[in-house]
Design a protein around this ligand. Sequence first.
Ligand code: AMP
Length: 114
Amino acid sequence: MEGCIFCKIVKGEIPSDKVYEDDQILVFRDIHPQAPVHYLVIPKKHITSISEVTDADLELVGHMINTAVRMAVAAGIADKGYRLVTNSGMEGGQVVDHMHWHILGGRQLSGELG
Ligand code: AMP
């Protein structure tokens, strides 16, 4: 989508620190990490938020979650535990309007995003 920062990352117009990529999704390191491991999982297709997901996207969302779990294992944070969260809308704390799942771990998390 025009002007969307994460669409620009998908297109390679803005650099990102990629951890995983396939034809449907991209995983990269958050530019302002809130934990020792802080990855973002995004669909290559522009979906504004989890609230905009349709039945046709359910397989894609499942693939994102499944990949997030695999990334947590690969990052070595799965045994002690981690958080997988997506913010939706202004009061949900969503700043970038392209659906993304945060993978946070590597320290004790508490509170809202920890
Ligand atoms: P949210 O508040 O859930 O919309 O989260 C947006 C996240 O995107 C924040 O944690 C930002 O640090 C992160 N972010 C914004 N721009 C970039 C970028 N160019 N590369 C990596 N992460 C980014």
